[in-house]
Design a protein around this ligand. Sequence first.
Ligand code: ATP
Ligand code: SF4
Ligand code: MG
Length: 353
Amino acid sequence: MTAADTAADTVAAPLLSVRDLTVTYAPPRRRGSLGTGAALSGVDLEIHAGEIVGVVGETGSGKTTLARATVGLVQPAAGSIDFAGAELGGLRGRELRDFRRTGQVQLAFQDPLRSLDGDLTVAQVVGEPLEIVGTDRAERRRRVDEALALVGLEPTFRDRYPRQLSGGQRQRVSLARAIVTRPRLLFCDEPVSALDVSNRNLVLRLLDRLREELGLAVVIIAHDLSSLAGIADRVAVFYRGRLVEQGPISEVLERPAHPYTALLAASAPSVQHEDRLRPEQLRHPAGDVAREWPPGACVFAARCAFAHDACHEQPALAPAPDTARRTAACHVADTWRARLTTTTTAPGKVPST
Ligand SMILES: Nc1ncnc2c1ncn2[C@@H]1O[C@H](COP(=O)(O)OP(=O)(O)OP(=O)(O)O)[C@@H](O)[C@H]1O
Ligand code: SF4
Ligand SMILES: [Mg+2]
């Protein structure tokens, strides 16, 4: 292998590589209570430096868990989390604390008001991660001002309290806190879901600028595909703890390969694509309630209009039919579109369990 090959490999290597990641939360400590099952199962995902990746899925699909596992707030039950060549999944105790102190992977929390300590000023909230790192006072002040400027807040915001800020301003403070350690990878958990349209666009543009100016990789967690259009390079779609489709966002929006992604796109009125489908073409008319599938079946089987016998087994992610850049976990990713008309008039047989 030549030096040039080695350099090319280094450039192409993902910053984050998650393999077969499974996270299971412990059941509540109550007699007779049930466990929550796996919050994430067998997830494979790569994030490259300088890219914005959207993570989408309905509530409870495991989006926050993916971020929490990567920053070390929850331990994986199985699988690996490789960050810039270092395995994070197995870190415990002091090793984990040492890694978190570097601030290389940061998480801007889902609910900025709850995550920001009301008794601390903006400067204290933003500077807190630097205290943990051990940065001295003068440098901390400089870095806090720099982070506030990067998110578009004047130095006069330093002495305000979070309760004295608007929702958009709080979101910016949350971002400033997340970037103050100059991370290489930033997870933003639903950064815009609580904002109005104009603040939403401002925050999304800000993330794009931070990516460009700091060379950050950014993961934006969202409920819907439409909020990511025009900002994310790639999107990863989750359903009940499984990654069901991932690829360039333009391709995923244009021609979803997984029926669940198609349902998400069909349910988002602002998503424009050539062959717009209707949700009722993709959902099984029986709905969730009447249909039970055994453990190990495709996670989407209960709702899927195209479920059939093969779906008793969860499919692995495989290249989507029309492109090598996209993967989807559906046994009939290449044929379900052809069945659209017949399926809507004659739904597949529901298995008895
Ligand atoms: N601390 C916890 N203890 C037990 N179960 C949990 C815990 N946190 C999350 N879960 C469960 O794990 C699953 C995934 O949760 P997660 O918070 O990752 O979902 P999410 O996709 O981020 O949802 P939302 O869009 O509502 O934020 C859910 O079933 C949830 O109830
Ligand atoms: S594998 Fe089967 S149930 Fe799952 S999405 Fe594809 S057709 Fe639907
Ligand atoms: Mg969440």
